[in-house]
Design a protein around this ligand. Structure first.
Ligand SMILES: Nc1ncnc2c1ncn2[C@@H]1O[C@H](COP(=O)(O)OP(=O)(O)OP(=O)(O)O)[C@@H](O)[C@H]1O
Ligand SMILES: [Mg+2]
Length: 253
C-alpha cells in the first residue's frame, strides 16, 4: 500500500498548496486522481516520488508511507529503488539521446533487465530504438516517458496526465496500455483531466480542488455522478460552483 496521510505541502516557504490530503493506493489497483488545473495533483505526485525538493516544495505536515515505511524523507533515487516511479507531466525525455539510451537512463539499478518488457508493451519503441528521441512524435515521446519509468521495474507507477494533448484515437491506446501494465502486476496512480478515461479503468477515484480532496469514492460511483460529468464537460469552472449551481437550480424550479 502506498499511503498519503494528512499531507500539507508548501512552496517557497509560504504558499500552502496541499492541505490535509489523504489518499490510499492499494497494491494491484488503478487509482484515479482528478482535478482542475492548479488543484495540486502534480504536487501530490512530487510528494510521493521525492521530487518536491527540486521545486522548492516542502512537506510541512503529515507523510507518505510505502508498505508501512515512511518514505517522505527519502531522496528520489531511494524512492525509485523501493519501487515507486513517476512519469512527469509533459514527457521529460532527453531529446538528444536515442530511444534506447533514454530507456537505459531509466533503468537505474535495475539496468536493462526490464528492456524486453518495455519493448513488448511498446513495439514501436523497439523499431525506433536507434532514433534520436527528439524526432519522435508527441505520442511516441509519451510512450517513451512511460517506458523509461517502467525500466526501473516499479511496483507503483505514478502517471501525470499521460493522455494530455493526444488525439482521441491515441487516448484509447494509452488507456489500453495502462490496463496492460496493471495486468502485468504494476499498481497505477493515474492523474488525468480526461476523467471518463481514467474512471473507466480505475477502481477508485479522488477529486482534488485547491489543494484538498473533495471526493473519494469508487470509480463507478464517480462515473455515474452528474456533478462530475458537468464539471469535466467544462460547463462550469469549479466543482463547488457546480454544487452551488445545482442547489440554485433546484431552488428556482
Ligand atoms: N515549483 C513551484 N513553486 C511555487 N508554486 C508552485 C510550484 N509548482 C506548482 N506551484 C503551484 O501550486 C499549485 C498546484 O500546482 P500543481 O502543479 O500541483 O497543480 P496540478 O493539479 O498538477 O495542475 P495542472 O492540471 O495544471 O497540471 C498551483 O497554484 C501552482 O501554481
Ligand atoms: Mg499537473
Amino acid at each position: 500500500m502506498l499511503e498519503v496521510r494528512n499531507l500539507e505541502v508548501v512552496y517557497d516557504d509560504v504558499m500552502l498548496v496541499l492541505r490535509g490530503v489523504s489518499l490510499r493506493v492499494p497494491p494491484g489497483s488503478i487509482v484515479a486522481l482528478l482535478g482542475a488545473n492548479g488543484a495540486g495533483k502534480t504536487t501530490l505526485l512530487r510528494a510521493l516520488s521525492g521530487l518536491l525538493d527540486v521545486h522548492d516544495g516542502e512537506i510541512t505536515k503529515g507523510g507518505v508511507t510505502l508498505e508501512g515505511e515512511p518514505i517522505h524523507r527519502l531522496r528520489p533515487a531511494q524512492i525509485v529503488r523501493r519501487g515507486v516511479s513517476q512519469v512527469m507531466e509533459g514527457r521529460r525525455i532527453l531529446a538528444e539521446l536515442t530511444v534506447e539510451e533514454n530507456l537505459k537512463v531509466g533503468g537505474h539499478t535495475a539496468g536493462t533487465s526490464h528492456l524486453d518488457r518495455v519493448y513488448g508493451l511498446f513495439p514501436l519503441l523497439r523499431e525506433r530504438r536507434k532514433s534520436v528521441s527528439g524526432y519522435l512524435s508527441g505520442g511516441e515521446q509519451q510512450m517513451l516517458a512511460v517506458g523509461r519509468a517502467l525500466m526501473a521495474g516499479p511496483k507503483y507507477l505514478l502517471l501525470d496526465e499521460p493522455s494530455l494533448g493526444l488525439a482521441p484515437s491515441l487516448v484509447g491506446q494509452v488507456r489500453d496500455l495502462i490496463v496492460e501494465i496493471n495486468r502485468q502486476g504494476t499498481t497505477v496512480l493515474l492523474v488525468e483531466q480526461n476523467a471518463t478515461m481514467a474512471l473507466s479503468i480505475a477502481s477508485h477515484g479522488y477529486v482534488m480542488e485547491t489543494g484538498k480532496i473533495v471526493m473519494d469514492k469508487p470509480a463507478r460511483e464517480l462515473l455515474a455522478d452528474e456533478d462530475i460529468k458537468e464539471f469535466y464537460l467544462g460547463a462550469v469552472r469549479s466543482f463547488r460552483e457546480v454544487k452551488h449551481y445545482k442547489r440554485r437550480k433546484r431552488w428556482l424550479s
